[in-house]
Write a protein that binds this ligand. Structure first.
Ligand code: SF4
Length: 228
């Protein structure tokens, strides 16, 4: 089992240092060219891969160019236009409703506050954080997706279970200047090495500081259960 640094703050700093080195170009992998496209892509990406979202949005963004376009869309047609995305029917409803709210209350623009963003249909704190960071250069928190949730627990940096509570923990431990990159680095590592089902601990740059390492540890701290 790897030996973590003396406290969780030091552990977070060590992990970040190594991941910055390992993934120097880590950034958001959704394609977009303006704030509306960003918002739409992030809403579509809930429980869906970024790769699939990028495939679908290539044509979607040609067809729907403004908040008004989504507001006036036929919902069934919109669902068809995002077919292939997880929960496409629900998400078509979200996009239409978002289009209406942006048109009616925000002059067709994507708002720049957490409160206004989370008032939109299908937009939770995680989505809002991504839009604020990449659309408005406003960093209000740390995006905790499934990779961040899993790996922060595996590494003994986070102890809570829910994304909201983990975000609060991380904001105490991680310097604000690293909040945005923290997520991208953890996602890169989660995709490349520390996957959900079969992490490649042998190839991991964090192995010697990871209390969950499969090489000589028994328990996956992400779940609290023995490695399968
Ligand atoms: S790949 Fe293994 S050693 Fe690396 S962070 Fe994940 S569980 Fe720990």
């Amino acid at each position: 089992m790897g030996t973590p640094r003396s406290d969780r703050e030091a552990q977070a700093a060590e992990v970040l240092d190594r991941l910055y080195e390992e993934y120097p170009d880590s950034t958001i992998s959704l394609n977009f060219s303006n704030r509306l496209e960003l918002l739409v892509a992030v809403v579509l990406s809930a429980q869906c891969t970024d790769e699939r979202v990028n495939e679908v949005t290539e044509e979607l963004f040609e067809k729907y160019r403004s908040a008004e376009d989504y507001a006036e869309a036929d919902e069934e047609q919109l669902a068809e236009d995002i077919y292939g995305i997880t929960f496409h029917n629900n998400k078509a409803g979200y996009l239409k409703s978002i289009g209406e709210t942006l048109r009616d209350e925000h002059d067709g623009e994507v708002p720049d506050t957490m409160a206004e963003l989370t008032d939109l249909s299908g937009v939770g704190r995680k989505t809002a954080n991504v839009v604020l960071q990449h659309g408005h250069d406003v960093v209000e928190g740390i995006v905790v997706d499934t990779h961040v949730q899993r790996i922060a627990r595996r590494l003994g940096i986070a102890e809570e279970e829910s994304p909201t509570k983990i975000e609060r923990e991380l904001m105490e431990l991680v310097p604000e200047s690293d909040w945005q990159q923290f997520t991208h680095l953890f996602i890169s590592h989660g995709r490349a090495v520390c996957t959900a089902r079969n992490p490649d601990c042998e190839a991991c740059v964090l192995e010697d500081v990871c209390p969950s390492s499969k090489l000589d540890g028994d328990v996956d701290l992400a779940s609290g259960e023995a490695w399968g």
